[in-house]
Design a protein around this ligand. Structure first.
Ligand SMILES: Cc1ncc(COP(=O)(O)O)c(C=O)c1O
Length: 405
């Protein structure tokens, strides 16, 4: 695979941008190669600056559930471009976007749009502190909520109900909120157990703490109604990002009316954004959400394709565990279950690095980190899945282990 132009660009980028990238994982550091620089994308494919074509299972880290450059989103954006890109003033688009999200996710009675997932969780946490008049935040090892520093936190083990009960027995009266990814995608894919989430809901209610679901990744991904609809749990606040922007930068946080009414200008919690709710991002997001709402078969097909990929990989790789919820999936090179950060960290990350590098050379673009999710999109065809499985076989040894390449 020729990456000459990408290598040249990376060298140049490193002089100008820290590490040559605008988000760390893109540097491919974990797998020890230089990143391909992407020039364009269409459907299930991305193309780099050297003209290499890849079947993309990163999907811009989640937003591209409909595939790249979706014609409906492109057309809507074209129309909006004629009308201007940002006004810094209220728009009908914002009302419609808030309407569709609150309709699909009933726990969200009011919503505020921001520009990234990081901003959404940061704002939700501040709001939770203000509402409860408490300071402490419980979060879970291996969950990611953006790059802001969350102070005054207690870090608990994911899926450890007894651990969380002990934390609440000790500090329950000071805990403002528990925040978590209801299906974690940031230690690789690790789903929460139903019993764990049921207990979290009950215990936060008992102690008067809020429960925040960070559905930046899972929202409109694992099901139309997100993880909260899969698990049938109503969090107090929910954070969104990724899919709700249809490929443009968007985040949002929302939840119970009584809590959201504390946000400025209605209430004392000041939160603002120059480009929040900007019409281009709202147009892309709204179009994506409408397509997803009006075509429920998309989720059925995503499940089918992802299941087929999972089953194929399970048959062919002897030494891996595959965690999957809907169209989010991870391959862990371990023979033991992966259910929290500790167990995720125990898997063979060097093997994953080798796997990822070999697959990239075969034209399959996977997340260049063990601790990220593969995303299957509506634009992936059965042939794409077959190609993945075929390339997977080509790099495996006869025993189902990996050849040292
Ligand atoms: C669960 C979760 N929360 C928050 C974020 C932060 O979102 P952003 O990168 O848009 O700031 C991410 C990003 O991957 C995420 O996966």
């Amino acid at each position: 695979m020729n990456l000459n132009r990408s290598d040249k660009l990376f060298k140049e980028a490193q002089k100008l941008i820290p590490g040559g990238v605008n988000s760390p994982v893109r540097a491919f550091k974990e797998i020890g190669i230089n990143p391909p620089f992407i020039a364009k994308a269409q459907g299930s494919r991305v193309y780099d600056e050297d003209g290499n074509e890849y079947i993309d299972f990163v999907g811009s880290w989640g937003p591209m559930i409909l595939g790249h450059n979706h014609p409906g989103i492109k057309k809507a954006l074209g129309k909006q471009l004629e009308l201007g890109t940002s006004y810094g003033a209220p728009t009908a688009l914002e009302v419609e976007t808030a309407g569709i999200i609150t309709e699909i996710v009933p726990s969200v009675e009011m919503i505020r749009m921001v520009n990234s997932g990081t901003e959404a969780t940061m704002s939700a946490l501040r709001l939770a502190r203000a509402y409860t008049k408490r300071e402490k935040i419980v979060k879970f090892a291996g969950n990611y909520h953006g790059h802001h520093v969350i102070e005054n936190t207690i870090t608990a083990d994911y899926n450890d109900t007894e651990g969380i009960k002990a934390i609440f027995r000790e500090s329950g009266a000071q805990i403002a909120t528990v925040i978590l990814e209801p299906v974690s995608g940031n230690m690789g894919v690790v789903p929460a157990k139903q019993e764990f989430l049921d207990n979290l809901r009950a215990i936060t209610q008992k102690y008067g703490s809020l429960l925040i679901f960070d559905e930046v990744m899972t929202g409109f991904r694992v099901a139309l109604g997100g993880a909260q609809s899969l698990y049938n749990i109503k969090p107090d606040l929910t954070c969104f990002g990724k899919i709700i922007g249809g490929g443009l930068p968007v985040g949002a946080y929302g939840g119970k009316r009584e809590i959201m009414e504390m946000v400025a200008p209605l209430g004392p919690v000041y939160q603002a954004g120059t480009l929040s709710g900007n019409p281009l991002a709202m147009t892309a997001g709204l179009t994506a959400l409408k397509i997803l709402r009006e075509n429920p078969e998309i989720y059925i097909q995503l499940e089918k394709k992802a299941k087929r990929l999972q089953e194929g990989l399970e048959t062919d790789i002897m030494e891996a565990r595959i965690n999957r919820v809907g169209s989010m999936m991870s391959v862990f090179f371990t023979q033991k279950p992966v259910f929290d950060y500790r167990s995720a960290k125990k898997c063979n990350t060097q093997m994953y690095a080798k796997y990822c590098k070999s697959m990239l050379e075969k034209g399959i673009y996977l997340p260049p980190s063990q601790f990220e999710a593969f995303f299957i999109s509506h634009s992936h065809t059965d042939e794409d899945i077959d190609l993945f499985l075929q390339k997977n076989k080509e790099i495996l040894g006869r025993t189902g282990g990996l050849k040292i390449l």
